[in-house]
Design a protein around this ligand. Structure first.
Ligand code: NAD
Length: 445
């Protein structure tokens, strides 16, 4: 199938590359000419494990990138919209969605054959039916359901595991305005024959995505709230508590041979310095705003956001227990990405922590295996030095703060023991054994 994908960020590029790998012919469209040029040379503009290899195999063959939306839509039968849907502080900002819908609609005016337009971006329930469809109809002068189809197909990939998640999905949700639209989208996804597919309306598909993200965010804030109480009560470690909670056989089922299954969602039941990224914070806030507008305030989700906003400050509080002032304090900040496996720093808990340290005069020694380039755009170079080697970041510091659960940070106990005097370690992700480091502080301890 010939498919155009508009927006080549994490979702658009990964979808395009994976669909090309699965045998489709893909035209990736983006406004950003530099991104387009990179993609055509087989250079991924973002970091995602396995992306470079798949891109190099498909770029210039089954996948091309372009800034020319008209030709890409004309020459394809399906267009996926994968542009950003930021939260503007009071509601979801649909300006990119509206703009792309209008541009596609204008092309459809001149297109004779049936075309399917699919919203892949995360949009608030009702957006595809009440915003995208009318814009397409107005710009094309044609009728949805007759001349073209419209679908909503939420994307569930996780940054850091995006290729794996797209290639081996757990479910595919096909929301369509009619059977014909869903049939066409089903044809595109026929390359995933063994995956559970849910056929539903656009509005339900939109709500599934928000509900899924809200549930995971709730699990994280729940774990953090329990952790904060453990710390306040004293004598209880949230790591032990949440392990005991997870041992419930409904969360970690026991197999007939006595072994445990550890579903990956149990990783959301661990305390830490909070969730970030381009999805959870903005999606939960957008749903709250939508609920409020609909006269249904969402008290639980409000609390989820509130707990999360306070969580990075727990790390600073643990530092303050040992240092009366941050002025001149030499601190290694380990992990700048919002989670391991990605270079994405959007809404990373590292942002408030590093900003507070810098504002109070600390001297920050930063290390992240892949997100340094992105972080530097945020923090600049004043008061902060970025290191390529973990060992260099530790030299001469009085405190070490872990903010991202990068696997390589498990080497820290062996490295810290070599240092004299021993720095304080603040484990914002509770990833190290608290006994493995001489001076240890952790969230929920
Ligand atoms: P992104 O910001 O990384 O990428 C968006 C891209 O769209 C950019 O490259 C931008 O240049 C391009 N763009 C904007 N306007 C355009 C236009 N008019 N024409 C062509 N290109 C245009 O965004 P993302 O992280 O890939 O997210 C996209 C959507 O998918 C969002 O709604 C997001 O919530 C959702 N989503 C993201 C993830 C994730 O892990 N990042 C997962 C699931 C769903």
């Amino acid at each position: 199938m010939n498919i155009s994908v508009v927006g080549t960020g994490y979702v658009g590029l990964v979808s395009g590359v994976c669909l090309a790998e699965k045998g489709h012919t893909i035209a990736c469209v983006d406004l950003d000419a530099a991104k387009v040029a990179k993609i055509n040379q087989g250079i991924p503009p973002i970091y995602e494990k396995g992306l470079e290899e798949l891109l190099q195999r498909n770029a210039g063959r089954s996948l091309t990138a372009t800034t020319d939306l008209r030709t890409a839509v004309m020459e394809s039968e399906v267009s996926l919209i994968a542009v950003g849907t930021p939260f503007d502080g009071s509601a979801i900002d649909l300006k990119y969605i509206r703009e792309v819908a209008r541009q596609i609609g204008e092309v459809l005016r001149d297109k004779q054959s049936y075309h399917l337009v699919v919203v892949k971006s995360t949009v608030i329930p009702g957006t595809t039916d009440d915003v995208v469809r009318p814009i397409l109809e107005e710009a094309s002068g044609k009728q949805a359901g007759t001349h073209f189809g419209v679908c909503m197909n939420p994307e569930f990939l996780r940054e850091g595991e995006a290729i794996q998640d797209f290639m081996y999905p757990d479910r595919i949700v096909l929301g369509g305005i009619d059977e014909r639209s869903n049939d066409k989208l089903g044809e595109m996804y026929s390359v995933f024959p063994d995956v559970d597919k849910l056929r539903t309306s656009c509005k339900t598909a939109e709500m599934i995505k928000y509900s899924a993200n809200s549930l995971l965010a709730t699990m994280i804030s729940f774990s953090n709230e329990i952790g904060n109480l453990c710390a306040a009560l004293g004598g209880i470690d949230v790591v032990d508590v949440m392990y005991g909670v997870r041992l419930d056989k409904r969360l970690m089922p026991i197999m007939p041979d006595g072994t445990r299954v550890t579903p990956s969602f149990t990783t959301y039941l661990e305390a830490g310095c909070g969730f970030g990224g381009s999805c959870f914070p903005k999606d939960v806030k957008a749903l709250i705003a939508h609920g409020r507008a609909a006269g249904r305030p969402m008290d639980l989700l409000e609390a989820v956001i509130q707990v999360n906003q306070q969580q990075p400050s727990q790390v600073l509080g643990l530092l303050r227990k040992h240092f009366a002032s941050f002025a001149g304090l030499q601190v290694a900040v380990l992990g700048l990405a919002f989670k391991p496996g990605t270079d994405d720093v959007r809404e990373s808990p590292a942002i408030p922590v590093v900003n507070a340290l810098l504002a109070e005069g600390a001297v920050v020694s930063a290390y992240d295996p892949i997100a340094t380039h992105e972080a530097r755009k945020l923090f600049g170079d004043t008061g902060i030095t970025y290191h390529k080697e973990l060992s260099d970041a530790l030299a001469g510091v009085q405190a070490v703060v872990i903010l991202t659960r990068w696997d390589e940070l498990r080497r820290l106990p062996g490295m810290l023991v070599e240092l004299e005097p021993q720095p304080l370690l603040v484990d914002g992700r509770r990833m190290l054994d608290r006994q493995s480091v001489a001076r240890y502080e952790g969230i929920g301890l």
